[in-house]
Design a protein around this ligand. Structure first.
Ligand code: NAP
Length: 113
């Protein structure tokens, strides 16, 4: 299970783990990319599917993991990768951006783990 595997480092980790023999639950919010990355994994002869999972939402995490366990029975490896970044000088840093970063990068990791 790799959160944020619809692009970037998570996508690269998904392909690397598939090449190493893992079946991969591709997770994220972009439905197009969920299908695209899981199709790439299937082309490597591993089992894969895309699972909608917003790491910042407890309900979404619960539903996503439920669907993953229905498909794969168990999760052997979690790559807690999904994250966002917002760069701005601290005095100008918008509160909404702070909340997004903390809810995704801190609370999100906790909820998924
Ligand atoms: N790239 C670097 O140099 C670097 C350096 C240090 C740390 N990091 C960290 O490594 C991680 C991946 O970085 P990256 O560069 O690969 O980022 P990226 O290309 O922006 O990809 C971020 C991934 O996280 C997912 N994501 C974001 N918010 C989400 C949410 N609420 N729920 C579920 N998925 C969410 C995105 O998927 P959807 O849009 O489909 O939801 C996407 O797959 C991040 O945590 C980042 O902070 C990166």
């Amino acid at each position: 299970m790799i959160t944020g595997s619809t692009r970037g480092l998570g996508e690269v980790a998904a392909i690397a783990l598939a090449k190493a023999g893992a079946n991969v639950a591709v997770c994220g919010r972009s439905r197009t990319d969920l299908q695209r990355v899981s199709a790439t994994i299937k082309d490597l002869d591993r089992d894969s599917d895309g699972f909608f999972l917003d790491v910042a939402s407890k309900e979404s995490v619960h539903q996503g993991v439920k669907q993953i366990l229905k498909h794969f029975d168990k999760i052997d490896i979690l790559v807690n990768n999904a994250g966002v970044n917002h760069r701005e000088p601290v005095m100008d840093y918008p509160e909404a951006a702070w909340d997004l970063v903390i809810n995704t990068n801190l609370k999100g990791y906790f909820l998924v783990a």
